[in-house]
Design a protein around this ligand. Structure first.
Ligand code: HEM
Length: 451
């Protein structure tokens, strides 16, 4: 049986049993019998079917896995696991991030939506169309899948769900809200647009193919029709933070290497210390989860482009070519903070300046046309995961009040989400432990009474 569990750092190249779930060329099964009937065929035929589909049958078993050939082969990232994929997973090239507002007041309907979303996410991340596919079904009914990802590879698609503070004002969830899920305070220089902030839910879709990421969000929104509505969304490209130390560090739109000193997906100890919620942090339903801060940061790139190289380098405390910290030769050399200007970004953001506060950054660049004043609406869609927002983003962002970079950027959107642990197996679904009747249940227990 193909293992879609992301709990180990190994890869699984077997494909049998529920092989329809392995990463094949998307939609190759859409004319074939449904997933349910495929399961009945047994393993050998499925392995053949997947191979015939030209699919990338190599499946990373761990969402956090840095499988070297995964990106090249367009392979699938495992959906099941202790933690949700899309956090410590090597960063994909493209992003489609969507925040949703909940429209239904019916708890059972909302729980059903989470189950339907989980099933759709399970299929799409494995490279398959939603439900019975985009065509071949009943001519009288809209197809289960919108179709634009037919023929595309899984492209390392990950779908990561988060619950915003406002969700806990609904469905009798008030006593389940984690203490760490605080509303972010107002920070110096914030110029937030309410239409690009907040949200009861979010889904982060990352993939190496933008069409695969967009298809995933679109289909989740479609499935949610009448129960949830997209509040705002953001497309991103050119990942600005690497979580794979050996890869070349990507550059942000200011032209600097971004993500040099980040938590790598392979650094299990640091992930445990700074990213994953533990039993003692509580609540039980969040163990194995994390907290996400999303900030849409507009860059005044026209002003930046007229700034001297020396000033640009002073602002970050690193040189533009190599990315080395001030006074050092190599990008990975340990920064000597006192050699930097007191208002240098790296100096102020560094854990040593912030009582050890450390974030896993996973941001993307964006350009969303122009602002009507002849300037590009461009910047960094900052995404950071942490074990506790009060010990992560908040102190670091407060420290950045003095950042020399502030002259060139403006935070225009903001949101915070509790990101639950991973979906364990085919019977599990996003948020099961949160909606179970027993408040002590964690996502690892399977005998909870739901909803
Ligand atoms: C448009 C806005 C931003 C830009 C262009 C930017 C760019 C950079 C660059 C070029 C580096 C150096 C390379 C690296 O270690 O990654 C860096 C480091 C860092 N940034 Fe930012 N950043 C931005 C916003 C933020 C924000 C909002 C935060 C958190 C509140 C943040 C936290 C950090 C941290 C923690 C480091 C690593 C510091 C270290 O350990 O040396 N950045 N950033």
């Amino acid at each position: 049986m193909t293992d879609t569990t992301n709990t180990t750092n190994t890869t699984d190249t077997t494909s049998a049993g529920e092989g329809a779930e392995t990463g094949g060329t998307r939609g190759a099964d859409s004319r074939a019998p449904s997933r349910r009937s495929l399961i009945g065929w047994g393993g050998a035929g499925l392995a053949l079917g997947a191979a015939a589909a030209g699919g990338a049958v190599a499946m990373a078993r761990n969402g956090d896995d840095a499988e070297p050939t995964a990106a090249a082969s367009g392979a699938a990232i495992a959906f099941h696991g202790t933690n949700q994929a899309g956090i410590a997973t090597p960063v994909q090239d493209r992003l489609h991030f969507a925040a949703f507002d909940v429209k239904t007041t019916d708890r059972a309907a909302f729980v059903q939506l989470l189950k339907d979303w989980t099933e759709a996410a399970r299929r799409m991340t494995a490279g398959h169309a939603v439900g019975e596919g985009a065509y071949g079904g009943l001519a009288e009914a809209p197809p289960d899948d919108t179709g634009e990802a037919l023929g595309l590879k899984p492209s390392r698609l990950t779908l990561t769900i988060g619950f915003g503070p406002s969700l806990f004002d609904r469905f009798d969830l008030a006593d389940r809200r984690p203490e760490a899920l605080v509303e972010l305070p107002k920070f110096a220089g914030d110029n937030l647009d309410g239409n690009r902030s907040g949200g009861d839910l979010c889904v982060q879709a990352c993939a190496d193919d933008p069409q695969v990421a967009v298809h995933a969000i679109r289909n989740l929104a479609r499935i949610g029709f009448g129960k949830v509505v997209i509040r705002w969304s953001q497309l991103g490209f050119g990942k600005t933070s690497s979580t794979t130390p050996e890869a070349q560090t990507p550059r942000n739109l200011m032209g600097f290497k971004d993500g040099t000193r980040n938590i790598a997906g392979t650094e299990t100890d640091r992930l445990k210390k700074f990213v994953w919620v533990e039993e003692k942090d509580g609540p039980a339903w969040m163990v194995g989860g994390s907290y996400l801060v999303a900030r849409r940061i507009r860059m005044n790139i026209e002003t930046w482009d007229r700034t001297s190289l020396q000033e640009q380098e002073d602002i970050f405390g690193r040189d533009k070519g190599e990315g080395a910290p001030v006074g050092k030769a190599k990008e990975r050399d340990k920064p000597f903070l006192k050699a930097m200007k007191p208002d240098a970004h790296v100096r102020l953001a560094h854990p040593d300046t912030n009582a050890g506060a450390t974030l896993l950054r996973r941001g993307y660049s964006f350009t969303d046309g122009t602002d009507g004043l002849g300037r590009l609406d461009a910047g960094l869609f900052f995404l950071a995961y942490q074990r506790d927002v009060r010990k992560g983003f908040i102190p670091v962002q407060r420290s950045l009040a003095a950042d020399a970079l502030n002259e060139y950027i403006q935070h225009v959107g903001s949101a915070v989400f509790a990101v639950p642990p991973g979906v364990r197996d085919k019977d599990d679904w996003w948020g099961r432990a949160l909606f179970s009747k027993d408040s002590k249940v964690s996502q690892s227990s399977t005998n909870s009474k739901e909803a």
